[in-house]
Write a protein that binds this ligand. Structure first.
Ligand code: PMP
Length: 395
């Protein structure tokens, strides 16, 4: 216990940030999650959500969740493997498979557990996982659990991917795993080239559609649909915690793969299945995403408007072309200061600092929801311009 205490005593970073009045985490929201939310009794505009469709407060989604609680209760009290499978889980799996264009789908309790459980189960000691250096932490942890050989390639760099593929033993399993839309930088994976290389080297491909679904493709089906590569991508992963306005995740692929995963994937088998409310919310969100294309159209309208606005302002926004807009600050402390000042101005954004990104790549992550109005985006841009000028980030 003394050793643990000594270790904890050394860890002073959060306390230092709190003392300096710039600690930016765990800011509690005490209202509905609309484009405007209440924090510390004050109304602020939310530009930090991952719910790109903005459906998290949609009356139909809320009603569906309430109806499911009334019918099934509040939890499932067990693994899907044993007592935790409801008829609506099966129904949702069938709908998700049809939606993304695969034979079957399986629901996990979170998106993190999908990546953990799929990546680690499909590859073993002698196999290879080839992953983008900017892939999500859950993919990296899934790789660690698999004991497979990790071959990291440079961010969205196809020459680097090919160089890694050349190193692999041709007789072993090679799984290329990539985010479809990168979660912090907002840029899009070069899927056409990834599937071409996969065919050339007999590799399998898994795409994480966490930030692609609801944003790209017909009815929000994601980047695989957008690029027309669904057939060539072996596994499509999605989460319910973003555009689907709920909690949970899924993998969609051939039945042969789901059959294997259902009987071997530990983060699927040894945890309870998602709640009836979460399940019904996804189903209702899916109905809306498929039948109301104007939501996606508006999201793109305000996204392009914001991208143009930030560029005109002279902000450094990297290679994004999506509702995830990184505003590079390139300094940990300044990133925290800017986050605090923007909240004071009534704009909630997320700070992204090391170790999530390299210390010289720190950024403010500005993200849009289809429920934002153009006027709200205009006001946010004005506030950001004011705060960035104050800190000498733009002229
Ligand atoms: N993949 C990516 C790319 C993500 O950004 C996230 C969540 N931030 C996840 C997976 C995990 O999803 P969940 O929130 O459902 O655990």
């Amino acid at each position: 216990m003394k050793l643990l205490q000594a270790k904890l005593d050394k860890y002073q970073e959060p306390q230092k940030a709190k003392a300096a009045g710039i600690y930016p985490y765990f800011r509690a929201i005490s209202s509905e999650q609309d484009p405007e939310v209440i924090i510390n009794g004050r109304k602020v505009m939310m530009f930090g959500s991952n719910c790109y469709t903005g459906l998290v407060n949609h009356p139909k989604v809320k009603e569906a969740a309430i109806a499911a609680i009334k019918k099934y209760g509040t939890g499932c009290a067990g693994s899907p493997f044993l007592n935790g499978t409801l008829d609506i889980h099966k129904e949702l799996e069938a709908r998700l498979a049809a939606y993304v264009g695969k034979e079957d789908a399986m629901i996990y309790s979170t998106g993190f557990e999908v990546n953990l459980g799929v990546v680690s189960t499909l590859t073993g000691r002698e196999d290879y996982i080839l992953f983008d250096e900017q892939d999500h932490a859950s993919i990296i942890d899934g790789r660690r659990l698999s004991f497979s050989q990790a071959l990291k390639y440079k961010h969205n760099d196809m020459e680097s991917l090919e160089a890694q593929l050349k190193k692999c033993d041709p007789s072993k399993v090679k799984l290329i795993v990539t985010d479809g839309v990168f979660s912090m930088e907002g840029d899009v994976a070069n899927l056409p080239e990834i599937v071409r290389l996969a065919k050339k080297y007999d590799a399998s491909v898994m795409v994480d559609e966490a930030h692609g679904i609801g944003v790209f493709g017909k009815g929000g089906r994601g980047v695989c649909n957008h690029f027309g590569v669904t057939e060539d991508v072996d596994l499509i992963m999605g989460t319910f915690s973003k555009s689907f306005a709920s909690l949970g995740g899924f993998i969609a692929c051939d039945k042969e793969i789901t059959n294997f995963l259902r009987h071997h994937s530990r983060s699927y088998i040894f945890t309870a299945s998602i709640t009836p409310a979460s399940t019904a919310a996804v189903m209702a969100a899916l109905d809306i995403m498929e039948s109301e294309p104007q939501i996606q159209e508006h999201l793109w309208d305000i996204t392009n408007y914001a991208l143009d606005g930030f560029r005109e302002m002279g902000c450094e926004i990297g290679h994004t072309s999506t509702p995830i807009i990184p505003l590079y600050i390139r300094d940990n402390y300044k990133t925290f200061e800017v986050t605090r000042d923007l909240l004071e101005e009534g704009v909630f954004v997320n700070p992204v600092v090391s170790p999530a990104v390299a210390p010289h790549d720190t950024l403010i992550r500005f993200s849009l929801m289809a429920t934002h109005t153009k006027d709200q985006v205009t006001v946010a841009l004005e506030k950001i311009q004011k705060v960035f000028k104050k800190h000498g980030i733009i002229k």
